[in-house]
Design a protein around this ligand. Structure first.
Ligand code: NAD
Length: 332
């Protein structure tokens, strides 16, 4: 059996990545859509053979509770809307996948976790890289100390943003700027390479070279974590120019992914030579990984759950606090 997945929000990521990936998955299929735009509903129904009974808008969304064809609701909306739709999906009795960042505050993350627990459904975050072979390999290199203990990490993710009117440029909808959008990948990179939680963070805002465009969110942000083992990391995120790199210097060598966080193909090398692994469809692997566990009635692995999403959101908030105050922020 394949689980039926309903996508909530038919924007860029749903259209260009998730829906095509759901044509390749073994354990799930696209069975429903939730959209506020009737023209999109018609287009998607035709393209993906979705019956009218499996099409909802934001008002009728809660009726999804009565639809046996939909097992999983995948929330792919602007960041500030994740909490509401995850909670409503849980109350409808559906398992939920929620895009990153999980929410814009740690408090919302907790409410989402609590709602899923109460409804006895599972919650996964859209951390596609946790199923991706190059990423899994650098997790192993770092956590198993294959090149000796990790000493320094450089982990950065940034790109030049286009349309300045999009929700990503509005704090109310995005929760912040590039840190919320792609900086979260750089945060994750440092955590999965060390397998540790940072003890403290310092951070600095970069200059606003286009103040009108960046009146609501940061343009560039730098931060540094210290980890219990003594490892330190330095990271950049920005909407002004691109960088995508995860580099770890270890006692007996180094390893690197660049590009490290995009849809692929990812590329990696180490002090011993290139990393040779298959290139995959990240979204198909991720949804299949989550849905296989749901089908088998297994508890989802920690690294993909709401608790993991909450840890990152807590760190994003701490990074902003450190940049705003200029102080080192200690993390429990
Ligand atoms: P997008 O702008 O392309 O699409 C957003 C969708 O939300 C649109 O369909 C829009 O109509 C709908 N929407 C509903 N209410 C809205 C409102 N008030 N304002 C704006 N749009 C509204 O965005 P996207 O790139 O698809 O991103 C959606 C989510 O997916 C974000 O949380 C983002 O971080 C995440 N994402 C994740 C990845 C990944 O690799 N995991 C990649 C891209 C995006």
């Amino acid at each position: 059996r394949k689980l039926g997945v309903a996508l909530v929000g038919l924007g860029g990521y749903s259209k260009t990545r998730l829906a095509p990936a759901l044509q390749q998955t073994q354990h799930c299929r696209l069975s429903g859509i939730v959209t506020g735009t009737p023209a999109k509903a018609t287009e998607w129904m035709q393209q993906y053979n979705i019956p009218r009974t499996n099409v909802y808008d934001y008002k009728t969304f809660d009726r999804i509770a009565d639809n046996k064809d939909i097992d999983v609701v995948y929330v792919v909306l602007p960041n500030s809307m994740h909490a509401e739709y995850v909670i409503r999906a849980a109350q409808a009795g559906k398992h939920v996948i929620c895009e990153k960042p999980m929410a814009i505050t740690e408090k919302e993350c907790q409410q989402m976790i609590d709602a899923c627990k109460k409804a006895n459904v599972q919650l996964a975050i859209g951390y596609r890289l946790h199923y991706e072979p190059f990423t899994r390999e650098v997790m192993r290199f770092g956590q198993e100390k294959v090149f000796g203990p990790v000493k320094f990490i450089e982990s950065s993710d940034a790109f030049r943003i286009g349309d300045p009117t999009q929700w990503r440029m509005k704090k109310e909808l995005a929760g912040g700027g590039p840190l919320m959008d792609v900086g979260i990948y750089a945060v994750q990179g440092t955590r999965y390479v060390t397998g540790e939680e940072p003890m403290s963070v310092t951070a600095q805002f970069g200059p606003k070279t286009e103040p009108e465009k960046f009146k609501d969110v940061e343009e560039t942000l730098f931060w540094q974590f210290q980890f219990p083992s003594g490892a330190v990391s330095n990271s950049t995120t920005s909407y002004t120019a691109g960088v995508e790199r995860l580099y770890a210097s270890c006692e007996k060598g180094w390893f690197e992914l660049s590009p490290a966080f995009g849809y692929g193909p990812l590329k990696g090398r180490t002090s011993k030579g290139p990393i040779d692994l298959p290139h995959t469809n990240h979204q198909a692997l991720h949804m299949d990984g989550v849905c296989k566990d749901l089908l088998d009635g297994k508890k989802l692995p920690d690294h993909i759950t709401g608790e993991e999403g909450k840890r990152d959101v807590r760190l994003l908030q701490a990074i902003y606090r450190a940049a705003e105050t200029g102080n080192k922020v200690k993390l429990a």
